[in-house]
Design a protein around this ligand. Structure first.
Ligand SMILES: C[S@@+](CC[C@H](N)C(=O)[O-])C[C@H]1O[C@@H](n2cnc3c(N)ncnc32)[C@H](O)[C@@H]1O
Length: 349
């Protein structure tokens, strides 16, 4: 019976410079052991080992096999000798799929937003978080029953359905058909009435119809900058005079201060590993995402804009908003320690 290493998941993927083995070890202090064993399995040619302890009980290990003389075979055999109970065969993948095509205003949403996304987000975006998010929006903006709300890029309806439950008249727009299906099913279960529409956030079919447009959980910044600006203009056009647009995004100041190169999530033994890199020339955080589900690994790359408050404020003013304020996740004025940046833009009356 293995007591030392409870689980090992590994994926071997092709990177721009060679090969990587990304593994997650659950169990305190196993990082070094896995690195050593993979090194032996790879014939001693391992040159790069980055290991990060994610929390007290888990570590993410990224092993770069890029050294001279290293031949990474089509099939890497990894024997984890911590307790001798794990032996894994992993198959290298092809190059990652790039989700935001670089030369076009195209964003292959279905590669990123699909059943796998919902699977890994089931924990982080569960009922507790979603109830808290809706309560926060209600409180921060002083909402009342009867307010007309558009949930822009509403996903599976976790915010829209809850605001409808509080008495708002809500419409939700999203590009992903599967998420809208889930949103409608959840609305039916809750007995709330929300109109869900499939569409592109850059081209909204509404003019002057809403008191509030909500963009929650980093649902903005997926396009090239003219596409991103189009979203702001479309939101402004959908609002009545005096209407507000609220966006919930990462706070660049805090993210830069405590930048996490590798972030991992585990859900029922499946694993998601994001490797982040920020480019200050474009303001984009690029993410290399590896998911291992039922032992099968796949990999994609996407980027999302990471804004300093002042830049987004300028964009919102350019889009026609009259005033823009910034808050943290506690509703206090934004500071560099807040992880989230809540931006509230108001149209003139
Ligand atoms: C990070 S999720 C956030 C979902 C939701 N706001 C929440 O709080 O759970 C981003 C959402 O943007 C949607 N999306 C991506 N591109 C879109 C587009 N061009 N138009 C509309 N929705 C889009 C995705 O389908 C996904 O539901």
């Amino acid at each position: 019976m293995c007591t030392g290493c409870t689980r090992v998941r590994v994926a071997c993927t092709r990177t721009r410079v060679g090969w990587s083995v990304v593994g997650r070890v659950v169990g305190v202090g196993l990082t070094g052991a896995l690195a050593g064993d993979v090194q032996r399995a790879a014939g001693g040619g391992l040159v790069g080992v980055r290991a990060e302890q994610v929390d007290r009980a888990a570590a993410v290990v990224v092993l770069d096999l890029v050294g001279a003389g290293v031949v990474v075979p089509a099939l890497v055999r990894i024997r984890v000798l911590v307790c001798g109970c794990h032996e894994k065969r992993v198959t290298p993948l092809g190059p990652p799929v790039t989700v935001n095509a670089v030369d076009a205003q195209k964003f292959e949403t279905e590669r990123l937003f699909n059943a796998d996304y919902l699977r890994f987000m089931a924990g982080p975006l569960g009922d507790e978080r979603s109830d808290a998010d809706a309560a926060f929006i209600w409180r921060l903006l002083g909402l009342e029953p009867g307010v007309d709300v558009l949930d822009l890029a509403c996903g599976h309806g976790r915010i829209a359905n809850r605001l409808a439950g509080r008495g708002c008249r809500v419409r939700g727009l999203d590009y992903t058909a599967l998420f809208l299906e889930r949103a409608r099913a959840d609305a039916a279960e809750r007995g709330v009435d929300v109109e869900y529409v499939q569409g592109d956030m850059r081209e909204l079919p509404w003019k002057g119809e809403f008191d509030l447009v909500v963009s929650w959980f980093t649902a903005f910044g997926y396009f090239h900058d003219d596409g991103n600006r189009q979203v702001l203009a479309a939101a402004a056009a959908a609002l009545r005079p005096g209407g507000r647009f609220v966006l919930d995004l990462n706070n660049q100041a805090a993210i830069m201060n405590t930048f996490q190169h590798t972030v991992a999530l585990e859900q029922d033994g499946d694993m998601l590993v994001d490797r982040n890199s920020f480019d200050p020339l474009t303001g984009r955080n690029s993410v290399e995402r590896t998911m291992i589900i039922d032992g099968r690994a796949n990999r994609l790359e996407y980027f999302v804009r990471l804004f300093p408050f002042t830049e987004l404020r300028s964009w919102l003013l350019d889009a026609g908003f009259a005033a823009v304020d910034g808050y943290g996740e506690d509703g206090e004025p934004l500071n560099f320690k807040h992880r989230r940046m809540i931006v509230v833009a108001r149209l003139g009356s």
